[in-house]
Design a protein around this ligand. Structure first.
Ligand code: ACO
Length: 398
C-alpha cells in the first residue's frame, strides 16, 4: 500500500442545450406536468442533439473537470466512464474520451452498474490510487438515456434525461478525500429494470445471427418495485458508510443522492431522521440521468455554495442490477483560479489531440497500403463482394 488518499480536485458537467419539458412529453404520451411533478419532482430534462453522443458529453464534462483541477490531460493515468448507454460495447466510451482528451498515458474502461455506476467507479479509482497503481484518475458518469427509451411508455419516458458529469481524483499523502465506500448488488432483481444489449439466446423466428433485429433495445422497468427497493436501501447503505467512516448524521453536511425521484429522497431522509434539506436535489431541471446524475448534482451543489472546506459529503446511488452504493468524502479543495487565456489555450490542446489522432489513423492506412495489407474498409468491401458471390452461386444451384 502506498498510503495515498484520493482527493477530488476538479469537477465538471455538461448538459445538452435541448430542453424537453413535461408539457412537451404530454403531447407524446398520456401524462401531464402536474402528474410528473407530483410523482417525481421532475419538470424538464435535457436531450442530446444529432451530433452528440455519450462520448462527446463525457469529453465536455471531463475537459471542464480537468480545467478546474488545473491538470494537463497527459497527467491522467486512469479514465473510468460509468455508463449504461455506450454507443458501442467496444471500443469503450472511456477509450474515445481518452483519445479526445489526448490523455496518452491513461488506461481507460467503461463500468456498468446502472445508476450506481458513478459511486462504483469512484470507489474503484480511489482504490487504484490508494494501492499506488494510479495517481490521477478521471471518473465520469455519462448517458444518452433518450436513445434507449420507449417514447410510448409513460412509465419510463418521463423520468430520464441526457448529460455527463466528471471528477478528477488525485493521490496525496494528506489524509482526507474518499473516506469509505460500500457497494452492493442483488441480481435476483435483474428483471425489475432492464436494458438489453446482446441477447443471450436467439429470438424465435429470426435468423440467430441477427437475433436482435426488429427487437427494440429499450428500458423496461417495474416502477413500483424499484421505488420500494430504493426507499429500503438508500437509508441502510448511508448508515453503513457513515459507520465505516466513524461519522454520525450530525457530521454529514450534505448527501448527494441519485436523482431518480424526490419522493424516494423524502422517504430516505425520514428513515435516517435527517432533514430533507440536507439532501441535494437538481432533478427538477435535469431529470434522471442515470450514472451521470450524482456528478452533475455535485457540480450544481458546488455552484450553489452548498459545500465548504472540510464538509463531509455522502454520494448514494441505486438502480438496475439491482445495485446500490454509497461513498463518504471529505470535501477539501480550493480550485486554483484560471484566466481566460489559460482556458482558451487548454481548449486548443483538444484540437491538437484530435489532429494527432487523425494523423495516427492516416498513418495506419498509409502503412497498410505500402505493406499491401488491406485497410479495414477494404476488408469489409471484399467480405461484402464475397458474400454476394456466394449468395448468387447458391441461387443458381437452387
Ligand atoms: N402519467 C400519468 N399517469 C401515469 C404515468 C404518467 N407518466 N405513469 C403511470 N401512470 C398511472 C398508472 O397507469 C397508474 O394508473 P392506475 O392507478 O389507473 O393503474 C397510476 O398512474 C399509478 O401508477 P404507479 O406506477 O403506481 O405510479 P407511481 O406513483 O409508482 O409512480 C414512477 C411511477 C414515477 C415510475 C415511480 O414508481 C418511480 O419513480 N419509481 C422508481 C423509478 C426509479 O427510481 N428508477 C431509478 C433507477 S433508474 C436506473 O437504474 C437506470
Amino acid at each position: 500500500m502506498s498510503n495515498q488518499y484520493a482527493h477530488i480536485i476538479g469537477w465538471g458537467k455538461y448538459l445538452p442545450p435541448r430542453v424537453v419539458t413535461n408539457e412537451e412529453i404530454s403531447r407524446i404520451v398520456d401524462t401531464s406536468d402536474e402528474w410528473i411533478m407530483a410523482r417525481t419532482g421532475i419538470r424538464e430534462r435535457r436531450i442530446a442533439g444529432p451530433g452528440e453522443t455519450t462520448a462527446t458529453l463525457a469529453f465536455e464534462a471531463a475537459a471542464r473537470a480537468l480545467e478546474v483541477a488545473d491538470v494537463h490531460p497527459s497527467e491522467v493515468d486512469l479514465i473510468i466512464v460509468a455508463t449504461s448507454t455506450p454507443e458501442t460495447i467496444f471500443p469503450a466510451t472511456a477509450s474515445l474520451v481518452q483519445d479526445y482528451l489526448g490523455s496518452r498515458n491513461a488506461g481507460a474502461f467503461d463500468l456498468s452498474a446502472a445508476c450506481s455506476g458513478f459511486v462504483y467507479a469512484l470507489s474503484m479509482a480511489s482504490n487504484a490510487i490508494s494501492a499506488g497503481s494510479s495517481q490521477v484518475a478521471l471518473v465520469i458518469g455519462a448517458e444518452t438515456m433518450s436513445r434507449v427509451l420507449d417514447w410510448q411508455d409513460r412509465g419510463t419516458c418521463i423520468l430520464f434525461g441526457d448529460g455527463a458529469g466528471a471528477v478528477v481524483l488525485k493521490g496525496s499523502s494528506v489524509p482526507g478525500g474518499l473516506l469509505a465506500s460500500s457497494l452492493r448488488s442483488d441480481g435476483s432483481g435483474a428483471d425489475l429494470l432492464r436494458l438489453p444489449a446482446v441477447y443471450s439466446s436467439p429470438v424465435p423466428g429470426l435468423d440467430p445471427t441477427f437475433s436482435a433485429n426488429g427487437h427494440p433495445r429499450t428500458i423496461t422497468m417495474n416502477g413500483r418495485q424499484i421505488f420500494r427497493f430504493a426507499t429500503q436501501v438508500v437509508s441502510d447503505i448511508v448508515e453503513e458508510v457513515m459507520e465505516k467512516a466513524d461519522l454520525t448524521p450530525d457530521d454529514v453536511a450534505l448527501i448527494i443522492p441519485h436523482q431518480a425521484n424526490a419522493r424516494i429522497v423524502e422517504a430516505a431522509a425520514k428513515k435516517l431522521k435527517m432533514p430533507v434539506e440536507r439532501f441535494f436535489l437538481n432533478l427538477e431541471h435535469a431529470g434522471n440521468t442515470s450514472a451521470a446524475s450524482i456528478p452533475i448534482a455535485l457540480c450544481d451543489a458546488v455552484e450553489a455554495g452548498r459545500l465548504a472546506p472540510n464538509d463531509n459529503v455522502i454520494f448514494v446511488g441505486f438502480g438496475g442490477g439491482l445495485t446500490w452504493a454509497a461513498s463518504v468524502l471529505k470535501w477539501d479543495v480550493t480550485p486554483p483560479p484560471v484566466s481566460l487565456s489559460q482556458r482558451q489555450w487548454r481548449r486548443m490542446r483538444y484540437v491538437i489531440a484530435r489532429t494527432r489522432s487523425r494523423l495516427r489513423q492516416t498513418g495506419r492506412s498509409v502503412s497498410s497500403m505500402v505493406s499491401g495489407s488491406p485497410t479495414p474498409e477494404a476488408r469489409m468491401r471484399d467480405a461484402e463482394r464475397n458474400e454476394k458471390k456466394s449468395r448468387s452461386k447458391k441461387k443458381r444451384k437452387a
